[in-house]
Design a protein around this ligand. Structure first.
Ligand SMILES: Nc1ncnc2c1ncn2[C@@H]1O[C@H](COP(=O)(O)OP(=O)(O)O)[C@@H](O)[C@H]1O
Ligand SMILES: [Mg+2]
Length: 368
């Protein structure tokens, strides 16, 4: 247990009135890790964060921080700090005083306070603005004050609830990099709640994907992106094409799946121990692993009718309809000289046997 900074051991939360907000949450978080809890609104992220911080009672299960059972300890005895989406700054105090506040409460002497506050204010890039009041700062600057205030007590664990939610696009992009840098510099464990897969993927070492009070998958960002375990994760992470079909047969780590009268080769990841031959399954194929045109070396191909193209820099995503109402997204780098499709034009879409990955039913296993 002591190797982990934070452990959630079969944690449940049922609110008075019966709402089951968190069901059997298990996670092990290492010291210095940046963890993102990702999921749609209402799935139980904030509740989980508040239970870790001690602001919400645990209905069942245990929470450990730095090897100590903190399940029944008040927030003040947990060595955690929390940063909320609404920054909750003191409006009549300047930046310096806002950051200084908790040190004052602790009775730390003036010179030492000043030293620590200046160090922190500099770290978050607010040195020049230290004498300003919150209402004379931009949203992004206010957010830095809130961050400095949360970090000044040097907690071992910082809990952040949608910290970038109030910022506009470009500020959010900039703060993502800043947050990550500060977290690295201080070596503090961060647990951040977000509903944005982009934020989670950009910042976190480890992502916990939740839906409907359940943990769907826990893993490094890359693993979540490359190997989603359930239909929910594949769909929520985006950039995945989803199929539903029936397993016809199995040959080693490849299964043959029939979907809408077509047969596909699909890879069985090693964590799926029992392959339900004859049963209905979902599988997913990443948009960047699909290719247009005939490719002899690729096991899977299907014809589709061109619908539209979505642009993102030099990356283009062509959308094809392969069966009524079933669209697939093919993401590729495109030079200006490449072919341009006409609406309704038929094209072949190919992908390798390994690119398709079999998905598990939600909650089939809830371990790492
Ligand atoms: N104080 C509360 N009392 C009763 N139900 C609550 C309370 N707080 C949250 N909930 C419910 O618990 C569920 C999870 O909420 P929350 O943890 O805030 O989700 P998220 O942060 O993922 O949006 C929701 O159904 C929400 O309505
Ligand atoms: Mg929330």
């Amino acid at each position: 247990m002591a190797d982990y900074d934070v452990v959630l051991d079969h944690v449940h939360k049922t609110y008075p009135g019966g709402v089951r907000a968190v069901i059997d949450f298990n996670a092990e978080i290492e010291r210095g890790e940046f963890v993102a809890m990702l999921g749609p609104s209402g799935c139980g992220k904030t509740t989980t964060l508040r239970m870790i911080g001690g602001l919400e009672e645990v209905t069942e299960g245990k929470i450990y921080i730095a090897g100590q059972d903190v399940t029944d300890l008040p927030p003040s005895q947990r060595d955690t700090s929390m940063m909320f989406q609404s920054f909750a700054l003191f409006p009549h105090r300047n930046v310096f005083q806002n950051v200084e506040f908790s040190l004052k409460m602790k009775g730390i002497d003036k010179d030492e306070r000043a030293r620590q506050v200046w160090e922190m204010v500099e770290m978050v890039g607010l040195k020049e603005l230290a004498m300003r009041r919150p209402h004379d700062l931009s949203g992004g600057q206010q957010q830095r004050v809130a961050l400095a205030r949360a970090l000044i007590s040097r907690p071992t664990l910082l809990l952040l609830d949608e910290p970038l939610g109030a910022l506009d696009y470009s500020l959010r992009q900039a703060m993502m990099i800043e947050l990550k840098r500060i977290q690295r510099e201080l070596g503090i464990t961060f647990i951040m709640v977000t509903h944005s897969q982009q934020e989670a993927m950009a910042m976190a070492d480890k992502v916990v994907v939740m839906s409907d009070a359940l943990v769907q998958q826990i893993g490094p960002s890359r693993e979540i992106a490359e190997s989603p375990r359930t239909r929910f994760v594949a769909d929520f992470i985006g950039n995945n094409n989803l199929f539903t079909g029936t397993i016809k047969s199995q040959s080693g780590s490849i299964v043959f799946v029939e979907a809408k009268d077509r047969l596909y080769y699909v890879r069985v990841p090693d964590y799926i121990k029992r392959v339900p031959v004859g049963g209905e399954v979902d599988f997913s194929v990443r948009a960047d692993l699909m290719h247009t045109g005939e490719h002899r070396n690729m096991a899977n191909s299907v014809k589709g009718s061109y619908v539209t193209t979505e642009y993102l820099g030099t990356l283009e995503t062509d959308v094809f309809e392969i069966a009524p109402g079933h669209y697939v997204h093919v993401e590729q780098h495109r030079k200006l000289s490449d072919r341009v499709y006409q609406m309704g034009e038929t094209e072949t879409i190919c992908w390798s046997a390994e690119a398709g990955i079999l998905l598990e039913k939600a909650g089939a296993h809830l371990t790492q």
